[in-house]
Design a protein around this ligand. Sequence first.
Ligand code: SF4
Length: 616
Amino acid sequence: MANGYWQKLLRVDLSTGARSVEPLAEADLRSFIGGAGLGAEILRRELPPKLPAFDPRNRLIFATGPFQGPAVPGGAKFSIVGISPLSGTFADTAAGASWGISLKEAGYDVLLVEGRSAHPVYIQIIDDRVEIRDARHLMGRDTVETVDAIHGDTGDTRLSVACIGPAGERQVAIACVAVDKHSFGGRCGLGAVMGAKNLKAVAVRGTRKVPVADPGRTQALIKQYQKAAHDAVLRNHFRENGTPGLCETAEGLGDMPIRYWDADVWPEGAKRLGAPNYTKVLQAKPLPCQYCPTGCHRRIRISEPSEYELAGPGPEYETLGMMGTNTLIDDPKAVAKANDIANRLGIDTISAGAMVGFAMQCWEKGWVTSSDTNGLELNWSNPAALIGLVAQIGRREGFGALFAEGTLGAARRIHPDAVETVVHNKGLDYPAHDPRACLSLAPTYVTGTRGACHFRGPCEDVEMGGFFLPEAGITQGTVRFFERANQSYVAVKCQDLGALTCSLVICMFMIDGSEFSLTSQAEIFNAITGWEWGVDKLLEAGERAFTVQRILNVRDGYGAATDVLPKKMRQVATEGFRAGKAIPFEALMQDYYALRGWDESGAPTAATLARLGLTA
Ligand code: SF4
């Protein structure tokens, strides 16, 4: 058996109730490592092209990697892979808490769910005992109530629970998967795929420890990097401020979305939303995933005003951008309340914020009126509009039901001119980073295998000077703001790193924020597996994973014709840091395709596939 793995895939067919354990070949693990890389390859082998996301044949793949066995810092993660209802192609999303570690402890690397149950169920896994249990009594419960109810039903509070809320049950296309009440596999709508399968939750616990090649060295390295990461996040204030600490810097560089991407500056808003004000107003404290020295998540408490009262996970930078500056709302309490509603109903806070900003734009243009919204006033800066519309989207009711198939679907119903105003790639709304500020984001977003995503390649942090990848020649000064040189190289290498990170399954904030370098990760990887890989080989595995995902995109109808910038990203700022600057998009894409080894249609060439040991 390969060290660091059980080499076991647990398959559950919800149509028939069949359960089986299948071997995972070591050759596949050596090619794809695990997580989203391995999940993509399984989709490629098992699914026909253009399969609708809600077809029972769609797979939901919950995948771990080698880092979920020992207590690797940032290793409390797992990937969920399937076909997205937003894009109709490959999707992956990652969540934390304890679920991935628990699946590994139960003796599996991967759980694959297929089919559709005749009625709502949840899966319970405790070591070899795999049960499909009735979940009819859980329907309608939110993501917090569901965890409590499963713990109550089973009497086992040690079960880690990944579940959907009402949004997933109603197949809202931005439904997320919530884990243990505080971590969220947010993007791409795989919670809606769970809902289409009538799968309310997966609860897991285990008692096993996966063997590693060199236990002594593994533990020594883990101890060393726990301390190094902890020291780094105290030094750079990441633990103290979490991601809200980024707001003022991002706004100052023109990177933050303002007024649904139409405005260029709002320093006062960013200051009020971000740390340190956030920390003070929301009484925020670090909320770490298991084994994490960084604790980027925030635990917050609001006691007044009474309508915003809550205690639980607070909004991240992305949510502050998409629900805050994007809608011209600068009250952290209002954004925190909308964030909490989204979390409980089980929707992605990034896309939910995009939808509210888009709706406010439509209101301003007169495409939506109070007769459409049953009186809800969707004007800018209106917290009631944010909170009200987020709740409607999550419950798929009222005006919010219009967004059940995504922002693009709503635009098609609202007004013919609304479609070209949607800021997306592959149907996935942009996150809160603007490619007009950091040029490498332009090729990154348009070619993102799950749609527009900064976190599958954090290239914007290279430009901002907060993250480098010296192992791939990326250091201070490799790219400069608004200059074409090396931007596409940074995009390619950061995407490969992103695909690698999601295959090893380790939190991106370990390397980007906590100074847990790729070289250090390689040392731990080798101590666990005994494979003695260099960083080049790891990055090549990331490139292979990314390329398999691109193959899925291409066969599902994506390519050069869809690798395009949204119209708003052609707008040039009139004030602020990026005033007068345009994205040299065609030149960047020319560089990008050449570096990737893709043909004019956007498909990997035969030579590229051969170099990576792949077939189309
Ligand atoms: S850095 Fe944040 S997301 Fe990553 S493992 Fe730690 S707490 Fe979880």
